[in-house]
Design a protein. Structure first.
Length: 387
């Protein structure tokens, strides 16, 4: 009998939360056992399974695999919890900054992120009075914290944005706003599925509820949070449109409800009978985003697609396919709810429309050779020759 792989456990901060990673060499039996644990989620970026770091989850993993295989927990050594040494006056200042951001009507996540960045910055320079802080102190914080800890460029940009607001709120520092520069964004192109790959994923998703979600994500180009927060009252079947309320940037917008989706939608609604939300959990509350990621991952695997696919990949594919079908960028921008046209422009780099008409010079060379009837000039790129 083939030996069952060892399971390795370790801790990691992921998605701003302490997580318990469960690693092992691919094994169908272990995989099926792990999938029965509702809290376990696959991460394509970490290439491992994880679940929230709690004593209950750790005991659940151990009890699930105990007696089945070896569990290596040697890496379960937690780092000391980071603690800021802020004075009472600094805490009061940060609390007032939090309220200031709230009054500016920033989103909850932005308020929390900006406040924490400024708290870290103040804590880093705890021995220097706030009024004495300069641009060089900002550079030292970035060099020591962001660079050494390998924070992303987007996190660094967020910190600079937070600092620009903070020095307006607290102008007593010597930090010069004009000299604060955000690093340029990384211009990474999104993964996009072909139309055939999208259909294959849909065909291989047999669960009615799962299929209804995947098709809606793609056919209307919705973000995952917009699908889980979609209210039934905002689906207008007669007008064939969906009203997205409170999208990114607190913007409402209308998106198209595909005609071909209506039979599936009707089948889903009459079968599951949701009361408030388009998709609901067992208790009638919002459906879990991690559940969507989980079943989409399984469908992608069944479809034999090797590229990284997330719910947002379906949104990217929707936009790219619209562009390839001749829909203008301005309309796509409206449908996606992008504030700036530059955001939508990225799809021009992945759309195959027009680019497909460009012929590689290698194809031109081989075509010219093929047109020549002389046998000695015939050439096959594969290296094989039919004699």
């Amino acid at each position: 009998m083939k030996k069952i792989p060892t399971i390795f456990l370790e801790y990691k901060d992921y998605k701003k939360t302490p997580q318990l990673l469960v690693k092992f060499k691919y094994n169908d039996y272990l995989l099926n056992l792990l999938r029965k644990i509702p809290a376990a989620t696959w991460s394509t970026s970490l290439k491992t399974w994880y679940l929230k770091d709690t004593k209950e989850n750790l005991n659940l993993i151990i009890s699930t695999f105990k007696g089945i295989t070896t569990i290596d927990s040697s890496k379960l050594t937690k780092k000391k919890k980071f603690k800021r040494n802020l004075t009472d006056s600094e805490k009061t200042l940060l609390n007032n900054f939090y309220l200031y951001l709230k009054g500016k009507r920033y989103s909850k996540s932005t308020i929390q992120t900006y406040t924490l960045f400024i708290a870290d910055f103040i804590n880093f320079h705890t021995k220097t009075p706030l009024a004495e802080l300069t641009n060089r102190d900002v550079e030292l914080f970035i060099e020591t914290v962001f660079i050494e800890r390998k924070y992303s460029i987007s996190s660094q940009r967020q910190f600079i944005s937070a600092l620009k607001i903070f020095i307006v709120f607290y102008p007593q520092t010597k930090i010069n706003d004009l000299s604060l520069e955000r690093p340029k964004k990384s211009r990474t192109l999104p993964n996009v599925l072909s139309q055939e790959e999208v259909l294959r994923i849909i065909q291989l998703t047999k669960n009615l509820k799962h299929r209804a979600i995947i098709v809606l994500l793609y056919s209307s180009g919705l973000r995952i949070g917009e699908v889980t927060g979609l209210l039934l009252k905002n689906i207008d079947i007669l007008r064939k449109q969906i009203k997205v309320e409170g999208g990114k940037g607190r913007k409402d917008r209308f998106v198209v409800l595909a005609t071909s989706y209506l039979p599936l939608l009707h089948n889903y609604l009459t079968t599951f009978k949701p009361a408030l939300y388009f998709i609901e959990g067992p208790t009638g509350k919002k459906y879990s985003e991690s559940s969507i990621r989980k079943f989409l991952f399984k469908s992608v695997q069944k479809a034999g697609i090797s590229k990284k696919v997330t719910p947002h990949t379906l949104r990217h594919s929707y936009a790219t396919h619209l562009l390839e079908n001749g829909v203008g960028l301005r309309h796509i921008q409206e449908l996606l709810g992008h504030a700036k046209p530059e955001t939508t422009m990225i799809y021009t780099h992945v759309a195959k429309k027009d680019l497909l008409d460009i012929q590689s010079p290698l194809d031109t060379i081989l075509l010219n050779l093929d047109k020549n009837d002389k046998r000695e000039q015939k050439f096959l790129l594969s290296g094989n020759r039919n004699l």
